[in-house]
Write a protein that binds this ligand. Structure first.
Ligand code: DOR
Ligand code: ZN
Length: 370
């Protein structure tokens, strides 16, 4: 087994625990509060991986062109439902919760239309240039987006935040901490009742901010930021499949995230940020950001929670805290994880090309029961 840092530690801890280890874990059916499904043939390749585990997912709007209007979101939702149908599933099995892509010009009435549709559950802030397909994003949030933010605060539409500044003079590893001071604090001072989700939190500073913030603020945490620190990017060579944005951070940040996720604090919930890119787009001179974790998402999270002896807190993180924040019911069904080794495949098919999943070739102790 060629396991990288924590998976091997987790397995060793397990071997020491011997037969007392839990063999099976049943949870209320979880949701993924941050997912990239893409479109077209890629959407068709990946949708079943999420639908197999999750009851719902917040679908990110960074398509090319982006999902700007309620009409765009409705049309995209229809395409997702058709992709589900093609694999024998429906919205009853997996409900796509749509989002809009905020721009400098998003009008207030578009927010109200989105709210009225009942299909749009958040508006995503991509600072322009922060990540994949963010060039149409926001250049100055409080300078240009007040009409949209006013409407969102009034109608209870959450703002989903990619929390990194884009100033090239700011060190890549500091961009989340600087964002808190330069954008998040002024935003929340101006809009204290706005619901905000700090997406894919990656730092101890982010955890501290969310923990102490007054008002409706929460954060999603990915499986890869719980399992890996930035060494994974350079283990034995340059590892493009561990490259995502916000980038993996130091071990102390990983430990802060793990502590937050497993603390039982309802402000933290599951969001995979699973982001499929074809192998060739990642293994090149300027590789794309994004880790594909959807296929083994719940097994990866179970591994992280078990590493600190907190499998008992996985259900609140994965299945209860998110619906509470979004004002939605907990899913009706359940999901069962069983202790049974499974090796993550080296590649998966992706629209006639291939995809390398995160931690390809590594062995997990958990799998989802069929
Ligand atoms: O790593 C990332 N990939 N971070 C993002 O914010 C976007 C995502 C993508 O769409 O590929
Ligand atoms: Zn994302």
């Amino acid at each position: 087994m060629t396991s990288k840092i924590p998976l091997s530690d987790v397995q060793a801890a397990h071997a020491a625990a011997g037969s007392t280890a839990i063999q099976r874990l049943t949870l209320a059916r979880p949701d993924d509060w941050h997912l990239h499904l893409r479109d077209g043939a890629v959407l068709h390749s990946v949708v079943a991986d999420s639908a197999r585990q999750f009851g719902r997912a917040i679908i990110m709007p960074n398509l090319k062109p982006p999902v700007l209007t309620t009409a765009d979101a409705q049309a995209y939702r229809d395409r997702i439902l058709r992709a589900l149908q093609a694999v024998g599933l429906s919205a009853g099995d997996f409900q796509p919760l749509m989002t809009l892509y905020l721009t400098d010009n998003t009008p207030a009435d578009e927010i109200l239309r989105a709210k009225d549709s009942g299909l749009v559950h958040g508006v995503k802030l991509y600072p322009a240039g922060a990540t994949t397909h963010s060039d149409a994003g926001v250049t100055d949030l409080l300078g240009h987006c007040r009409a949209a933010l006013d409407a969102m605060q009034r109608c209870g539409m959450p703002l989903l935040v990619h929390g990194e500044v884009t100033d090239p003079a700011i060190d890549l590893f500091d961009r989340e901490a600087v964002f808190i001071d330069q954008v998040m604090r002024p935003l929340r001072q101006a809009y204290p009742a706005l619901k905000v989700v700090f997406e894919h939190l990656t730092t101890a500073e982010g955890v501290a901010y969310v923990r102490q913030a007054e008002g409706p603020v929460a954060a999603t945490i990915t499986a890869h930021h719980l399992l890996y620190n930035r060494n994974a990017l350079f283990q034995g060579g340059l590892r493009p499949h561990w490259y995502c944005l916000p980038v993996l951070k130091r071990e102390r940040h990983r430990l802060a995230l793990l502590d937050a996720a497993t603390s039982g604090d309802a402000r933290f919930f599951l969001g995979t940020d699973s982001a499929p890119h074809p192998r060739g787009a990642k293994e090149q001179d300027c590789g794309c950001a994004g880790c594909y974790t959807a296929r083994h998402a719940m097994a990866l999270y179970a591994t992280a929670f078990e590493s600190v002896g907190r499998l008992d807190r996985l259900e609140s993180f994965a299945s209860l805290n998110g619906p509470a924040f979004y004002g939605l019911p907990v899913n009706q069904g359940t999901l069962t994880l069983v202790r049974s080794p499974e090796v993550i495949p080296a590649t998966l098919p992706l629209a006639g090309e291939e995809l390398v999943p995160l931690a390809a070739g590594e062995s997990l102790d958990w799998r989802v029961q069929d």
